[in-house]
Ligand binder design. Structure first.
Ligand SMILES: Cc1ncc(COP(=O)(O)O)c(C=O)c1O
Length: 389
């Protein structure tokens, strides 16, 4: 590829754009991870992460991708053969299911159409019929990045409570954390799974678990083998600002800075900004005459928008054209949606003009690719942004 002028538009739904303020912190000299300066930084990063998860309980930070944090949630709380209730909301829910199966758990994987989130009625029905209390955990994806569908976690919890069933609730917040309102404590989530490269505006490399008292209790008797992912030594060493093995030193500097940025803006404003950009994006899509993947407006995601390609047109060809011609990366369709949809990431370090550029790149791309569409999407989005400050 020849050299390009101007900057690349990274509009995949994570890893997201890393702001200059964080890039500068990441480039600081690495320090002794067993020294006093590091301990202060690590404790502040952990405390800050608690605020982002909206919890006063334990959080642990692994040098890992999000998948590691998925595995950690399961191996710390469950035993071989335990029954887990999961929902096929899309590609990532399926990958988490696959990990659970490989670990020797018995997964009841409720089929889905990859256009809807978790149905709280169905959670209630499944738990009500489980009279032996065999289900040990319900594990769901808050924001299914592959479909742009956000499940209603608070409603799921309420329905679980209505049944009086003691199953743990585990939630993947990987593409919702710090972008879409997520309340670990208030919603009674037992294990929340997160990572660094999406709403937190960091490069990949950190995986998180936020852990309730109930989940900590379950970890005392859980028998799935665990070593690297074991919460106990992590939580113990973290008290003094240290880790049982070498932490991702510079990413923790970055995490502390990211939390400062989020709290300076205020979490409610961060969520409102994401809601606003998502709504503007959906208005553009509708004005283009294209179809959104999610079918229920109550489940629209605020961090990513997924768009169906008109029949007979390949989403990957459109993405390729947009990358080559306009230097913008868009998210691919994954699994059953490969080639059929494209995804626009609008989360993390993002503002009105970045959105305007993104949507302009898309409108240009649709035009030069010969995809049938109506012009005016960018205008519809700008109208919305200018009337909704
Ligand atoms: C919702 C969700 N869960 C899990 C993952 C897996 O995370 P990782 O690729 O960091 O292992 C992703 C990745 O995009 C995701 O979007």
């Amino acid at each position: 590829m020849g050299s390009k002028s101007g900057r690349h538009f990274l509009q995949i739904p994570g890893p997201t754009n890393v702001p200059d303020r964080i890039l500068r912190i990441l480039s600081r000299p690495t320090i002794d991870h067993r020294g006093p300066e590091f301990a202060l930084i690590a404790r502040e990063a952990i405390e800050g992460l608690r605020r982002v998860f909206q919890t006063s309980g334990a959080v642990v930070i692994y040098p890992s991708s999000g998948s590691g944090a998925w595995e950690a949630a399961l191996v710390n709380t469950l035993s071989p053969g335990d029954k887990v209730l999961m929902f096929e909301t899309g590609y990532f829910a399926t990958l988490w299911r696959n990990i659970a199966v490989r670990l020797g758990l018995q997964v009841d994987f409720v089929p889905g159409d990859w256009r809807h989130g978790v149905d709280p009625d169905l959670v209630e029905a499944k738990l009500t019929e489980d009279r032996e209390r065999a289900v040990k955990a319900v594990a769901i994806v808050h924001n299914e990045t592959s479909t742009a569908v956000a499940s209603r976690v608070g409603d799921v919890r309420r329905r679980m409570n209505d049944t009086g069933h003691p199953a743990l609730l585990m939630v993947d917040t990987i593409s919702s954390l710090a972008a879409i309102d997520f309340r670990h404590d208030e919603w009674g989530v037992d294990v929340s799974v997160g990572c660094s490269q999406k709403g937190l505006m960091l490069p990949p490399g950190l995986g998180f678990n936020a852990i309730s008292e109930k989940a900590l209790g379950a970890s005392k008797s859980a028998r799935l083998p665990r070593a690297y992912w074991d919460w106990e030594p992590m939580i113990k060493e973290n008290e003094a600002g240290f880790f049982p093995y070498t932490p991702a030193t510079n990413l923790l500097f970055g995490l502390r800075e990211a939390v400062h940025m989020l709290l300076e803006e205020g979490l409610p404003s961060v969520f409102a900004r994401h809601n606003r950009h998502a709504e503007a994006t959906r208005r553009a899509v509708k004005a283009w005459g294209l179809e959104l993947v999610p079918l229920n407006p109550a489940e629209y995601s605020s961090s990513v928008t997924a768009v169906m390609m008109p029949a007979g047109h390949d989403a990957d060809a459109l993405r390729k054209t947009i990358l080559n011609r306009f230097d913008m990366s868009l998210g691919a369709g994954l699994g059953q949606w490969k080639g059929k949809i494209f995804r626009v990431g609008h989360l993390g370090d993002f503002n009105d003009l970045m959105l305007a550029g993104t949507l302009s790149g898309l409108e240009l791309g649709l035009a030069v690719s010969g995809v049938p569409f109506s012009r005016g999407g960018v205008t519809a989005a700008l109208d919305y942004l200018s009337c909704n400050r």
